[in-house]
Structure formats: C-alpha cells, structure tokens
Design a protein around this ligand. Structure first.
Ligand code: KG4
Ligand code: ZN
Length: 334
C-alpha cells in the first residue's frame, strides 16, 4: 500500500510518500521558521496562509504519479486549527479526486512511530518518551493504537520551556537549539536549578517553574559575565536530569527494556548522551528517528496513516480536525 502523507499542524509543511513494501519513497519539507522569527514565535494566521501557498508546489517536488497512491494521510490534530485545516482539506480533496481513502492522523502518534521509518526498528512493547514543543509524555506502547499514558507534563512541555527560557535569555525563535548551543559554553557548577516533581512518586512532569527560576536568576545576576550561558547550562541540565529520572522510573515500573524517544527535543545532543545509559541499565537500547524526522515532517504521518489504513480504518468524508486531542483517546483500528 502506497500512502501520501501531509503534515501542517504548526510551522512546517511536510509531505511524503511511504510504501508498505518499499519503505519511504520521498519526502519534502518547507519550514516557516524564517517567517515567524520576526515575531518571536509562531503567528497562527501566517502559518495557515503559508501552508496554503507552499503545499502544492511541495507535492510537485515529490515527483509521484497520482495513480500509484492507495490512500492519503494528513495530520488531524493536535495543533493550530487553521493550519490543520489546510492539510486536511487538501488531503481529503486529493483522496476524493483519486478515489482512494483518507485518514486523519494524531500528530503525536506520527512522532511516536517515526523510528519505524528506519531499517533497524524497535519491536513492541517499548516505552516512548515524546518530547516536543507542545507535549511531554511517557507512553507504554504495545502496538499500533495500543498506548497507555504513563505520565505527562502538567504545564509547559519540555520544548516550550526551552523556547520560553531561550526568549528571556534574548535568544531567537525557535529557542531550543539556540539554548542548547549556548549551554555548551556554560559552567555546570555555577547555578543549580530544581528537578521538578522528581522527589515524589509518579511519572508526570512540570517544567513551567524552571523558566521562572531562570528569570529570577537572570535578574539577580544580570550584569555578571557569562551569566546567560551559565543559566542556559543549569536550565538544560535540570530538564535533562528530570527526563532521565522519569525515563528510568518508567522502564523500572513497566519492566520493559527499550526506549523510543521522539519529538523536537529528542534532537538535543546532551539528552541523547544521557538516555543511552538509562536504556543500557535496563538491558535494552534507545531508538530515535533520524535527525530530520525528530522534528515535524510528512514521512511520520505517511507511516502512521499507512498502518491505520492497512488495519482497515475507515473515516467519513467530513473534514474534521482537533486543536486538542488527548493522546489516550487513541485506539487500535478495528
Ligand atoms: O516536534 P517539534 O518539531 O514540534 C512540535 O510538535 O512541537 O518540536 C519542536 C520543539 C521546539 O520547542 C524546539 O525548541 C525543540 O523542539 N527543540 C529542541 C532542540 N531542537 C528542537 N530543544 C532542545 N534542544 C534541541 N537541540
Ligand atoms: Zn511535532
């Protein structure tokens, strides 16, 4: 089965063709980062308009023949509603005109399954850490659609905390990669930030206090040399330590060995170094998507949609998208 995948949930237009026998046949991406940078964050209306502008030229770059496509998958949520509607409308319309089925995919299921695009891939069951700009979740994964939420962020997502802290340190948008880079020059001994919610049981997270901690530290030490890099380092160490402690706990509590890590923050180099040790201790390993598929892309949506369509999932022609869509509402196709 050959599927066209479309991702437009936020600030990236992504398209891809995935074939269940041959694997990924092609993908193309347009990032809106440069456009939103001027405003210091994503402007939803501009995002929607840019998806409209870019999506068909991007599809043309893919160079596929329409009659080879057996189905279309598009991100149906969670995300910016106007942006989602662009991909959903185009996806449904193409499927309608080609006479093939279309399926709306949960964006986080896309991230979760992105490591499956690689030749060497994890087997079920495993624990997944999803760390993006909008979500921080630990999930037990027993198969496609067989997910149990073990814990999640009660406030800011890890990526969101990176972005907000980067902003107050005067770094550009998106702040995560810039903060990570600045942290490399920071002194790990100078400041010590809290590791939120680690001294009580459970697998939930809370990252919003860390940005307040960063702000107060900055105000207190404002004109001292190297303070921004040292705060970046202390902040990053605190987020990573917290994620590590909870991943270790999740593997212990589930008795599972393998850890899948996906979402934009999984591109963080310091996090990757530390996670390897955690999986080693459990007798397993860590699985990542290739770096370009850690952040938003069409390939992960094509893959997830393909599994759903192969399992016989059917959806009505109504174009439905959801800005909020709790992950634990997902079920296997039947
Ligand atoms: O998965 P993604 O592309 O979009 C969402 O679904 O949210 O994730 C984007 C997030 C942003 O918050 C960005 O700052 C963060 O991932 N990010 C990073 C790094 N690269 C991207 N955070 C920390 N370190 C990085 N190297
Ligand atoms: Zn994402």
């Amino acid at each position: 089965m050959r599927i066209l995948g479309i991702e437009t949930s936020c600030d990236e237009t992504g398209v891809a063709v995935y074939d269940s026998e041959l694997g990924l046949l092609g993908h193309a991406l347009h990032s809106q980062v440069a456009m939103h940078a001027e405003y210091g964050g994503v402007v939803p209306e501009l995002a929607s308009r840019d998806h409209v502008r870019k999506i068909l030229p991007l599809l043309q770059e893919l160079d596929f023949s329409a009659d080879s496509i057996d189905g279309v998958a598009y991100t149906a949520g969670p995300g910016l509603i106007g942006a989602l509607l662009v991909g959903a409308s185009i996806g449904r319309a193409l499927a309608w005109s080609w006479g093939v089925p279309a399926v709306g995919v949960h964006h986080m299921e896309g991230h979760l399954l992105a490591p499956m695009l690689e030749e060497e891939r994890p087997e079920f069951p495993f624990v997944a850490l999803l760390v993006s700009g909008g979500h921080t979740q630990l999930v037990r994964v027993d198969g496609i659609g067989r997910y149990s939420l073990l814990g999640e962020s009660l406030d800011d997502a890890a990526g969101e905390a990176f972005d907000k802290t980067a902003k107050l340190l005067g770094l550009g948008y998106p702040g995560g990669p810039a903060l990570a880079q600045l942290a490399e020059q920071g002194d790990p001994e100078r400041f010590c930030f809290p590791r939120p919610m680690t001294n009580r049981p459970g697998l939930d997270f809370s990252f919003s206090g860390l940005k307040t901690f960063a702000l107060n530290t900055l105000l207190e030490h404002k004109d001292e040399p190297g303070v921004r890099a040292d705060i970046a380092r202390a902040f990053q160490d605190a987020v990573i330590d917290t994620l590590i402690i909870k991943c270790r706990r999740a593997l212990r509590e589930t008795g599972l060995q393998h850890l899948v890590v996906a979402g934009g923050v999984s591109a963080n180099r310091a996090l990757r170094c530390r996670l390897g040790v955690v999986a080693d201790e459990a007798g397993g390993r860590v699985w990542y998507p290739r770096p370009e598929f850690c952040t938003d892309n069409g390939a992960m949506i094509a893959y997830a949609g393909c599994q759903r369509l192969l399992a016989g999932e059917q959806q009505s022609l109504a174009i439905e998208v959801r800005a909020r869509w709790p992950f634990d509402e997902l079920r296997p196709s039947d």
